[in-house]
Design a binder for this molecule. Structure first.
Ligand code: UDP
Ligand code: MG
Length: 318
């Protein structure tokens, strides 16, 4: 592997209502990356507090800060995508803006990149300030995902990672709407590496990932990388048919030996069970069809309302 030297590092961060964190984030990144040529691409995900104003002020005094304001909240994964689209660096780091991912780890990611890795995943060793519920659900999700998906997903890694330009360009070709970036960066392949770090508690403000959004992200993750939920119906349907087939002779024998007239509750149970199961699998199929519908509409992934320190028509992808 050849040694690489950096011309420009892009740090991409999404922000939704982070007025208490924005300035501190900029300060921490600038300090952590002192001496490294970098740009900070911040995507304002339709914030309704003072975040947009603060970002524009930062962009005014620091030309390295480039801001993309989305026209409304498009969600975390879309916001990161918008940032990646606008990144110009030969390496790019995606990082949460709430300082849970310490910017001080970025030089370590860079070192791995200089050593030849194309995708450097930052993996958290500790996660203070997270509820036990979040840790538990995250663990369950990664173990289910590990089994279902045809990709290698680093457990305990969020979206905090570094991509080489080549891996980034590959990633940007994936314009699907159900975006699960941590799976997609693994899907593109290339030389992957892992750097461990201790995750901090949120600097200020509160999580923008309530349970509802987390479930959405988890379903996006599973459905974009696995067809297994669609196959459950086939597998269970096969076994239930097998049981029915084998049970048939028993029913006939039971009928003629007169044990059979008390069977109504068990029939009811069987009907409800199968009915419930059919509805569930219909729902799963519906989930996939909904996603197909979303994809065929081919809407842009996000709409840019305005920018700061970004030249007009520099990017026309969306
Ligand atoms: N975020 C966003 N849009 C969203 C949710 C989150 O831009 O719909 C940003 C948020 O401002 C933060 C990062 O994504 O910079 C991670 O969100 P958060 O810290 O709330 O998630 P958690 O760490 O609790 O999973
Ligand atoms: Mg956070």
């Amino acid at each position: 592997m050849q040694e690489r030297s950096l011309h420009l590092l892009s740090v991409v961060a999404p922000m939704l209502d982070e007025e208490d964190v924005a300035r501190e984030f900029h300060r921490r990144v600038s300090t952590a990356l002192a001496g490294i040529p970098f740009e900070l691409v911040i995507v304002d995900d339709g914030s309704t507090d003072r975040t947009p104003t603060i970002l524009d002020e930062l962009a005014e005094v620091d030309p390295r800060v480039r801001v993309v304001h989305l026209s409304r909240a498009f969600g975390h994964q879309m916001a990161i995508t918008a940032g990646l689209d606008h990144a110009r660096g030969d390496a790019v780091v995606m990082i949460d803006a709430d300082l849970q991912d310490p910017p001080e780890v970025i030089p370590e990611l860079l070192a791995a990149w200089e050593g030849g890795a194309d995708v450097v995943v930052a993996k958290r060793r500790e996660r203070p300030g997270e509820t036990r519920f979040k840790l538990l659900t995250a663990k369950a999700f990664y173990s289910v995902m590990g089994r279902l998906a045809q990709i290698d997903l680093e457990p305990n890694a969020g979206d905090f990672r570094l991509l080489d330009r080549s891996a980034l360009d590959a990633l940007l070709q994936l314009r699907e709407r159900s975006r699960f970036l941590r799976g997609m960066t693994s899907w593109v392949g290339y030389e992957q590496a892992v750097v461990e770090y201790d995750r901090d508690a949120r600097h200020a403000g509160e999580t923008k990932y309530p349970l509802r959004k987390m479930i959405r992200l988890a379903i996006d993750g599973v459905s974009s990388f696995s067809h297994f939920p669609l196959q459950i119906a086939t597998v269970i349907g096969f076994w239930i048919s097998a049981i029915a087939f084998l049970g048939l002779p028993l029913v006939i024998i039971a009928r003629y030996s007169g044990i059979y007239d008390r069977g109504v509750p068990s029939v009811l149970f069987a009907v409800l069970f199968i009915g419930g199961f059919q509805l569930m699998t219909l729902g799963v199929i519906g989930e996939y069809i909904g996603r197909i519908y979303d994809e065929v509409k081919r809407r842009p992934l996000y709409i840019v309302k305005s920018t700061a320190n970004v030249r007009e028509h520099e990017h026309d992808v969306a």
